[in-house]
Design a protein around this ligand. Structure first.
Ligand SMILES: Cc1cc2nc3c(=O)[nH]c(=O)nc-3n(C[C@H](O)[C@H](O)[C@H](O)COP(=O)(O)O)c2cc1C
Length: 419
């Protein structure tokens, strides 16, 4: 089934490489290339000292991702931060693990980005020490290594051999790149990193259903959205391991299993609930939000015949939830997906909507009565991304949901850790 083949692709392993300030740092450039050749995702943190040996620019060119250097970079703390850097990796590799890094790690010190990430790690950590033999044999270093090994840190090397300094030889050479690659592969395939689902550790925010905009306490403006597609998306994201928050308009559906559901009625309530649910890694805004609401809903029931002519309803525009969430700010989810329900020129209108709203993707469907989408169990959608439009074959809403969520997981795995 399609779902499974997408799942296989998404199960990309992610390595967070922390490069320390030692001569052997240059070897990490080759290490990055070898890991990427194996389809591993590599993200790099450089210590301050490491930047004396390799530049962020060269590392970034090899990883095709930004390089992380500073704990106090405010943007990073809000957008990605040291906890998230740790959380998004399957394995943390410290190479070269300098005497200084080992000492700080052994003492639980977290005074820069590298050590803060390591201290926050809940994944295996592999250290490749590299230093002058006397530094390596120093009892302080040996104490630190023994303590770290006792804490469960994995070690590779150091090897014996010639040092960079002329006339120096002994234990302290960093393990060679092929040795590092095989140790990394072994750890990644071990039980330690097993059990991960494509959206494990991610927060997915979904909106679903219509909104009801009150005219008076008993009447409202609504639309024909059943919520079936949005609810199926929430369920599919939960199945893939995500923590899911579903903001649901009034629907006649059961809450999906394993999903936190907030029930709202109006567009304004939906926007508030969405904002409260942030931050999220992915936002999939499938709700059919009313474009307009009654400007001044009546406090009491509008009585028939109270006036000579029927009441006229003055409308005012509702907040644009998709545009608000897709705005480029610190709280923007990494992937924002909107829905477009159109009755004509579906792809053209959805393509224009993607640009106008600042969304990453738009899922467009034809909701003309002949298509039977509203309330039905099947859907024919077009996925509009920056790369163009794809038309998916007709399938059930559950299948659309699985395929969409898997694509989103795949996209996130690629872009967030530069796969
Ligand atoms: C030219 C030069 C080479 C160095 N090579 C190493 C080394 O191979 N291993 C090591 O532990 N320290 C080495 N150091 C010392 C570290 O750079 C220093 O301890 C630094 O504070 C390490 O910072 P970091 O562990 O945060 O990257 C070297 C220093 C210089 C100036």
């Amino acid at each position: 089934m399609r779902f499974n083949s997408y799942a296989a692709k998404v199960l990309v392993k992610r390595v967070l490489l922390i490069i320390g300030g030692g001569i052997a740092a240059y070897k990490c450039l080759d290490l990055i290339r070898r890991l990427r050749e194996r389809d591993l995702a590599v993200r790099v943190v450089l210590t301050k000292a490491a930047q004396e040996f390799v530049t962020p620019l060269s590392v970034s060119a090899l990883t095709n991702d930004r390089v992380f250097t500073d704990l106090f970079d405010l943007d990073d703390e809000r957008e990605i931060g040291h906890i998230r850097l740790s959380r998004e990796a399957d394995l943390i590799v410290v190479a070269p693990a300098t005497a200084d890094l080992l000492a700080r790690m052994a003492n639980g010190i977290a005074n820069d980005l590298a050590t803060a990430v390591i201290l926050a790690a809940d994944k295996p950590v592999l250290a490749a020490p590299a230093m002058n033999p006397r530094m390596w044999l120093n009892p302080a270093t040996q104490r630190n290594v023994a303590r770290l090994a006792g804490d469960g840190i994995h070690f590779i090397g150091p090897n014996e051999g010639e040092m960079a300094e002329r006339g120096e030889a002994g234990p302290g050479r960093m393990a060679e790149v092929p040795e590092l690659v095989s140790a990394i592969e072994k750890l990644l395939s071990s039980k330690l990193s097993a059990g991960r689902l494509p959206l494990s550790g991610r927060h997915v925010l979904v909106t679903s259903g219509p909104t009801h905009e009150p005219i008076d306490p008993v009447r409202y403006i609504a639309n024909r959205s059943s919520g079936k597609q949005g609810h199926a998306i929430a369920a599919a994201a939960a199945k893939l391991g995500a923590r899911v928050t579903l903001i649901a308009g009034p629907v006649a559906l059961a809450d999906p299993v394993g999903v936190t559901v907030h029930h709202i009625e109006t567009a304004e309530e939906m926007l508030e609930a969405v904002k409260e649910a942030l931050p999220a890694d992915i936002a999939i805004l499938a709700a059919a939000v009313a474009d307009w609401r009654i400007d001044a809903p009546a406090a009491g029931k509008i009585k028939k015949g109270a006036k000579a002519s029927p009441p006229s309803l003055a409308l005012t525009e509702n907040p644009d939830i998709l545009k608000t969430i897709a705005a480029r700010n610190a709280h923007r989810p990494a992937l924002v997906i909107g829905f477009a329900a159109e009755t004509e020129s579906v792809v053209e209108q959805a393509t224009a909507k993607r640009r106008a709203k600042g969304a990453d993707w738009i899922v467009a469907n034809d909701v003309s009565p002949a298509a039977g989408v509203f309330g039905g169990d099947r859907n024919t959608v077009h996925l509009i991304t920056g790369g163009g439009a794809e038309t998916w074959p007709q399938m059930t809403k559950a299948e659309v949901a699985e395929r969409l969520v898997m694509r989103a997981a795949e996209h996130l795995a690629k872009t967030q850790i530069s796969v």
